[in-house]
Design a protein around this ligand. Structure first.
Ligand code: PLP
Length: 323
């Protein structure tokens, strides 16, 4: 990501436990690879990273959402992103100091509209990163260029040290979108938001689950809740310690999902339960209780077959998976 960011440096979005990968695992790896800017959403996510990276290198995307967070950020040195005039006032009230500023250039989420950038409160901020966020960087649409132009305009209006616009997909939009710092998330964790990344992004998450029991069932027997699968003939099935509470959602029920064993795909039988799912062992006669299966987590393909986004597939991985 850093190489693809040209003259800009790549920071890292590590919010939501580094997209489910485990922030305490991912952040030291990113740090050792040279990453110096980390973005989380909430203060408790930042608190989790103190000791792994300098507090100054962590920025809270939701900003000083209340006086407590503003004070805490001042005390620890964690950076805040100012998203509104209210947050600017709160930050200055708490004592101020270096912060980042989010400008809304067309996504209509958090961030100040360009029209508010002349407000005297903004003039009193000491801004490190002047940032904005792209709505459709994974598509070729005119909104990208419009947002880029507004962000350039904001750069001319507000004094700042560094500027930042691109997320993972935005990095592929070229130099005009890079500024001083890019903020990839998804692509760091194996997501492929644009075809240009194909072959350059390796799979990162390889969730695994163990076969707890092997059962032989008769023709006519049902499998799982509501017996949505009925064995057409005698079958050998595996009961796997994996369920929707782990993020293996019910959309994988009934053969839509499969678990991998020695490169072979074992189809899901019946419904996914909270803690268990059955798979067909017809293709795995030599499998034994205690063997481990891998979820099919090549993200672009898994997203297509599940209807979930690559982001969802990562962030829904439950905390019962050891990282
Ligand atoms: C989540 C987020 C990112 C990272 O986006 P990806 O699409 O995962 O690369 C960057 N910037 C902001 C403000 C974000 O909220």
């Amino acid at each position: 990501m850093d190489a693809m960011s040209g003259a800009a440096s790549a920071g890292a979005a590590v919010k939501a436990d580094a997209y489910g990968i485990g922030a305490r695992v991912a952040v030291p790896v990113l740090r050792d690879a040279g990453c110096r800017d980390f973005f989380v959403t909430y203060a408790h996510e930042a608190a989790d990273l103190i000791g792994l990276v300098p507090p100054r290198s962590i920025s809270l995307l939701h900003g000083p959402i209340n006086d407590g967070v503003a004070r805490w950020a001042r005390e620890t040195g964690v950076r805040v992103v100012i998203n509104s005039l209210e947050q600017a006032a709160r930050w200055l009230e708490a004592g101020g100091g270096t912060c980042d500023l989010m400008v809304d250039t067309g996504i209509n989420r958090l961030g100040l509209p360009l029209a508010q950038l002349g407000d005297p409160l903004i003039g009193r901020l000491e801004i490190d990163i002047l940032m904005s966020h792209l709505a459709s960087a994974d598509e070729d649409v005119s909104l990208n260029a419009r947002q880029c132009a507004r962000w350039q305009e904001a750069r001319n209006l507000v004094p700042h040290r560094r500027s930042s616009l691109a997320n993972s997909a935005g990095i592929a939009l070229g130099q005009d979108y890079h500024g001083d710092l890019t903020r990839p998330g998804l692509a760091l964790y194996g997501g492929v938001p644009r075809s240009i990344f194909e072959g350059r992004i390796a799979q990162v998450a390889r969730p695994m689950a163990a076969v707890m029991q092997v059962r032989d069932i008769e023709a006519g027997e049902g499998v799982g809740y509501n017996a949505t699968f009925i064995a057409p003939s005698p079958m050998r099935v595996g009961v796997v310690a994996l369920g929707y509470a782990d993020g293996f959602l019910r959309c994988w029920s009934g053969g839509k999902g499969g678990l991998l064993w020695k490169g072979r795909r074992l189809p899901v039988l019946g419904r996914v339960s909270m803690d268990m799912v059955d798979v067909d062992l017809a293709g795995a006669q030599d499998l034994r209780e205690g063997d481990w299966l891998e979820l099919d987590y090549s993200l672009p393909e898994a997203a297509l077959s599940s209807g979930l986004s690559q982001y969802e597939l990562l962030t829904l991985l439950g905390d019962r998976f050891a990282r």
